[in-house]
Design a binder for this molecule. Structure first.
Ligand code: GLU
Length: 459
């Protein structure tokens, strides 16, 4: 981290992006959208992808969630180049807060939650927006002494400039927010802990972040944070705010409620690449389609193609996309997982079966069929036919043409054709009604196994 911190953005023209979850729950597909957009843009440009845990809320943050988030990103295939925790960097936030106090941009305020609620209620009753009235700015030193003598501890508010803050948003185009319409945000709580707003800016400066891609729920924060970036004298990164994903019902996704968590989708056997493709492509003008690698998905990322409206994430779409992702998956991407499942196969097995998989784990059943003793399914009426077919099996070596040669011979000898020919052969050889091309399976099975099964043995 120190190497990165010392490599100032000016000396490093490659982009630096970050994903900054609070470790307060399991991340969901909406968080995956944010993480992937940042990671894939960094990857495509040879830049740096930072994982930053926004864990200044000690009461809600958990180390287990941080570990689970890192594992989820690894599963998606976007392991970060650098990981930082805000809880390790409190001294930097305190130093920045002191600088803001010295310039008169951070001021103490003493109102309790109840008092603030009351003020907001009165403003609403008068038809005014519930914006903080800056009463604390008018306090004299003796007022503060008196309030503190009453046992009050101040929280600290950032004094906004009350100007129009503008930026060119990577998704939304030119944006303007008049900060006179906003309450001066609380940056430091009465107990001295930091809210998210200031630490995020301090870290983005320290880590040389060049582009912030996050959900559109942060648009207003961006105006505030641009003022803080400028107050601290730092370069302001680019900003892009993507639309949010929702449940099929339209309800917003909640980390706290465990909606569509990546770990649940992984446990349900969904493919990481399918989850990634749907998370990134849904709610854009690009069609949702399967990809054979994250690099292929990275090539499709286009911030300007992201819609403005929220997008529904339907897990039912994911089933189909998981299957289509498997159908495209190269052996190189499957090999280690096959081996981990005890499938000591070669490429020919994967290429034979992948088009029939709905879930990766379905490969197991086909492996057992080609590589372990099994009984086929034989109807009484087919017994003689199958034993005659067994007698016609050619000698090995077998290859992709063996099935055709053999079944042509069986057809000529028995007079059977079409379904009457092929269906009993498939049932006897595999025990299943449907499945991969037998031309591909037969050489994997080998002659002894095929002959045994055709004759009704466990082979
Ligand atoms: N912790 C914030 C969130 O999860 C980060 C927002 C940001 O990217 O700056 O929403």
């Amino acid at each position: 981290m120190s190497a990165l911190l010392s490599s100032a953005p000016l000396r490093n023209p490659a982009p630096v992006l970050r994903f900054a979850p609070s470790p307060t729950g399991l991340i969901h597909v909406g968080n995956a959208r944010t993480a992937l957009l940042n990671a894939l843009i960094a990857r495509r440009a040879g830049g740096t992808f930072i994982l930053r845990f926004d864990d200044t809320d000690a009461a809600r943050s958990r180390a287990e969630y941080a570990d689970a988030i890192a594992a989820d990103l690894a599963w998606l295939g976007i392991a970060p180049d650098v990981t930082v925790r805000q809880s390790d960097r409190i001294a930097d936030y305190a130093a920045a807060a002191e600088r803001l106090k010295a310039m008169g941009r951070l001021y103490p305020a003493y109102e309790t939650e109840e008092e603030l609620d009351l003020k907001r209620g009165l403003q609403r009753a008068r038809g005014l927006p519930p914006v903080y009235d800056r009463a604390a700015l008018a306090l004299l030193p003796e007022d503060r002494t008196r309030l503190e003598a009453e046992g009050r501890r101040p929280h600290w508010r950032f004094r906004l400039d009350h100007r129009v803050v503008a930026w060119d948003d990577g998704v939304r185009g030119p944006q303007q927010v008049d900060t006179a319409t906003l309450s001066d945000p609380v940056l430091v709580r009465a107990d001295g802990s930091f809210l998210y707003t200031l630490p995020s800016v301090v870290d983005d400066l320290a880590l040389g972040v060049t582009q912030v891609i996050r959900g559109e729920d942060h648009v207003t924060n961006t105006a505030v944070q641009i003022e803080i970036f400028e107050a601290l004298g730092g370069p302001v990164p680019g900003f892009a705010h993507h639309n949010l994903l929702t449940l099929p019902s339209g309800e917003g996704l909640s980390k706290r409620l465990g909606h569509l968590s990546l770990s649940a989708l992984r446990e349900a056997g969904q493919e990481a690449l399918a989850v990634a493709a749907l998370s990134v492509l849904v709610g854009t003008s690009h069609a949702v389609e399967p990809v054979d690698s994250l690099d292929a998905l990275a090539a499709m990322v286009d911030l300007s193609a992201i819609s403005r409206a929220p997008a529904r994430f339907d897990p039912a779409d994911l089933d189909a996309l998981t299957a289509r992702t498997l159908h495209l998956m190269p052996f190189a991407a499957a090999a280690a997982r096959l081996q981990a499942a005890g499938i000591e196969s070669e490429e020919a097995f994967w290429l034979a079966v992948r088009a029939n998989l709905a879930r990766f784990e379905d490969a197991q059943g086909w492996w057992e069929i080609v590589a372990t003793p099994q009984a086929g399914v034989i109807a009484d009426a087919d017994r003689a036919f199958l034993s005659e077919a067994a007698g016609l099996l050619p000698a090995e070596p077998w290859d992709g043409g063996t099935w055709k040669t053999w079944t042509a011979g069986v057809k000529a000898a028995t007079g059977r054709s079409g379904r009457g020919l092929f269906h009993p052969l498939r049932l006897a050889l595999t025990g299943r009604e449907t499945g991969p091309e037998l031309a591909a399976l037969l050489p994997l099975m080998g002659r002894a196994r095929a002959e045994g099964r055709l004759k009704g043995a466990v082979a």
